[in-house]
Design a protein around this ligand. Sequence first.
Ligand SMILES: Cc1ncc(COP(=O)(O)O)c(C=O)c1O
Length: 422
Amino acid sequence: MIPNVTWPNELWLDALVQAKQLDAQDVLKEKRQAFVIPDKTIYLDGNSLGPATDAAQMAGQSVVDAQWQTDLIKSWNVHDWIRLPRIVGAQIAPIIGARDDCVIACDSISINLYKLLHIALNLQSDRQVIMTQEGNFPTDGYIAQGLMAHRSDVSLVYVDEKDIIAQLDESVAVLMLTHINYKTGYMLDMRRITQAAHALGILVIWDLAHSAGAVELSLDEDEVDFAVGCGYKYLNGGPGAPSFVYVNAVHHNRLKQPLTGWMGHANAFAFEQDYIPADGIDSLLCGTPNIISMAVLKGALTVFSDVNMTDVRQKSLTLSSFMVSVIKQHPALQSLELVTDMHDAHRGSQIALAHPEAYAICQAWIAQGVIADFRSPNILRIGLAPLYISHLDVLQAVDALALIMQRQSYRAEQYQTRNAVT
Ligand SMILES: Cc1ncc(COP(=O)(O)O)c(C=O)c1O
């Protein structure tokens, strides 16, 4: 690896030695082979869309060729398609510290939030306030607002995520929080907040979009009520992969979800006139599962089958602290402002850097083979997925960024025009 011209020599050598040492100690390094990442690409966007794996690709081919094409509709039974939401849920359960029968894969986060908000409000008939954090991912707030269109008694309150516990009171029915902030990477204390909410009789819904597969979670132990998460980010299930829902077993016998589709019926194939919910987590289903996506996610999840989430978290922390230490020392990178709180307890698996030209910088970086993303208005967002990124990748990525900043190549016209998806 040859450094570009931007590095002070000593800093380069120190950083290189450190990267190599950290990679030598990396117990997850063999996992990189499971992923299919294009040549000359450093992928720092797995917090938006995880990359393909051989296992996911094979599962996709198999569900189309060996199952759909060959066994046609028999596949619902022969290949257990009908149970895929639970099978995939059971694969996700150990990754999030949950019992198998508390997790099911279905729909999207947005739809699952709608179901959970409705369920939680139903359980809290004497309270009508939904509380969430300012700067939460928009869909979470939008879904609450959509629900309020049918429930004029319900109100939505936004609070500062750095001070949630102090703002709880007994008027709150549901606290709906994203565990790791999609923009800044700030991570909330799930256990402490859940306990404080319960002490005031508040139910909590956690959005784990940026957590599942990236950090250690213990939903059962932390007595979380409800959670949703994403199949296409750190779980690498492919674009539009199904979401998952977690419901703590203590709530299983009192679930009344609003989207009462036939797949959530106690006996879907009895084709009865009236809706009777299935028991427990199965009642969270609505319509026919998206089998092709679900099968691809199932394949992708096999990569996690022998992974210890403590190792994943440990590596995530060293990747981000190494990256930030090199960025902070590099003279060409001082105009990038670190937004992420670097305390271990408060950072997820991503780094956010603010700069007025963040969009163009990101485009110029992508042109150099380093894929990160941009979040409006000024954030360069860097996802550090421990299963396929090395510390040497991080160093190379910083190297490319330093050259862009030093030469101000991001000012070129081709990097200024915004694409439809940023
Ligand atoms: C915190 C958070 N929630 C939800 C979503 C998206 O939800 P959906 O699966 O409905 O598209 C995202 C997408 O990036 C997210 O970051």
